[in-house]
Design a protein around this ligand. Structure first.
Ligand code: IMP
Ligand code: MG
Length: 190
């Protein structure tokens, strides 16, 4: 079956175009997967995916990790159905795993203002993991205003609303195999 990867797509009445291709994404994820495999050899890390946005990134990333590891999920909400952050983080699902003394690798889809990650890192550190590593697929560096730990970034992106590859716009667009930006924007700099 073909992946769902049109060049242009209409989501909630707005047009978006490809910004990062499936191949570009896979290439970066593979490198991060291999690096994590080396760094956490014999440490049996726990990957914690932040729902919903990170599920596709996490699933692909884990398939490039070739050491024993575990996976768990938590869910936060800050965007609702809007394109701008509500400025408030809510816990919608907690982790099940006991992370005390464990090596935790947090997997996020995108760090925007940094509010969610800032909140989460302080919260998880209080549970005394042996180490805490933050991996994000995307980082809107210009938009980040909170102090935030980031250890691995697949792509730094401009301050634009993006969707696809797990990221949604009002719950739509997660199944796109690539990352999209509004089509009225400048083409990315090579
Ligand atoms: P932050 O707390 O402002 O860093 O926002 C982080 C969360 O907002 C991410 O986990 C995403 O769920 C969501 N988010 C931020 N920017 C975008 C975007 O461009 N598209 C879709 N979701 C986004
Ligand atoms: Mg998210």
């Amino acid at each position: 079956m073909e992946l769902y990867q049109p060049e242009y797509v209409n989501v909630n009445g707005e047009e978006f175009r490809v910004y990062l291709t499936h191949e570009e994404i896979q290439e970066r994820i593979k490198k991060i997967g291999h690096k994590l495999s080396k760094d956490f050899k014999e440490k049996r890390p726990i990957f914690i995916g932040i729902l919903n946005g990170s599920y596709i990134f996490l699933a692909d990333l884990m398939r490039y990790v070739n050491i024993p590891c575990e996976v768990d999920f938590l869910k936060l909400s800050s965007y609702g159905d809007e394109k701008v952050s509500s400025g408030e983080v809510k816990d919608l699902k907690q982790i099940d795993a006991d992370i005390k003394g464990r090596h935790v690798i947090l997997i996020e889809d995108i760090i925007d203002t940094g509010l969610s990650m800032n909140y989460l890192v302080s919260k998880l550190k209080r549970l005394n993991p042996s180490s805490l590593t933050v991996v994000t697929l995307l980082h809107k560096a210009e938009a980040t205003e909170h102090d935030v730990q980031i250890d691995h970034v697949a792509f730094k992106i401009p301050n634009l609303f993006v969707l696809g590859y797990g990221l949604d716009y009002a719950q739509e667009g997660r199944n796109l195999a690539q990352i999209y930006i509004p089509s009225d924007r400048e083409k990315k700099e090579e």
